[in-house]
Design a protein around this ligand. Sequence first.
Ligand code: SF4
Length: 216
Amino acid sequence: MPDPEVVAEEADIEKMNDYQLEHRETFSIVQTQFSVVSAAEKDRLKAMISDYLSFRDDITAFLSDYFGDVCTRKCYESRLSACCSREGIIAFFADMAVNVLVSPDEEISLLLAVLRKPNTGFKCIYLGEKGCMWRIKPIVCEMFLCDTAEAEVFGKRPEGRALWEELKKHKQQYLWPDRPVLFDMLEQYFIDAGHSSPLMYFHNSPGLLRVKRSGK
Ligand code: SF4
């Protein structure tokens, strides 16, 4: 007699598209790996991402100060959430590793649960009732500003544009692999532990591999 839970899971998997499968598999890899490392090792990894988390706090503070009103009015109150379109984001492997590292297990279970449902709408599968379900959302999402919001905000407060450019430059310290960067290191950590994922772009994207090789 087949196990009903296994049958249900197999039925869910059949309904998932490639995007959902890749995300589900990657979250599972990260969760599994973190469940077998020691507390000391987890602390070491948390220390490794602490500078990046401070950077993310800086972005949050900037966005709240400059874009809080306009984004709330234009997107959240109208429920437009135009930034969060269906499968419109690139999530890096390291985005998931960072998010799992800082999130309680229940939050990752919720992400895995939404990934099992077919996404029939036009919005990102992670967009919940209260907004994005990630604790630390993918960097591409965090740094996306729509043209309308940018024009409205920087038109009134032009000094914000320079600050925003600074933040974009700062981001490269973690992502642009012309030198050892956090996002690449986190992938390598999991590769060394025997894992692989299609979201390991620092190890499988021709463009990023070229930057790594040439150093620019
Ligand atoms: S991951 Fe979160 S922020 Fe990014 S598109 Fe989806 S709901 Fe929006």
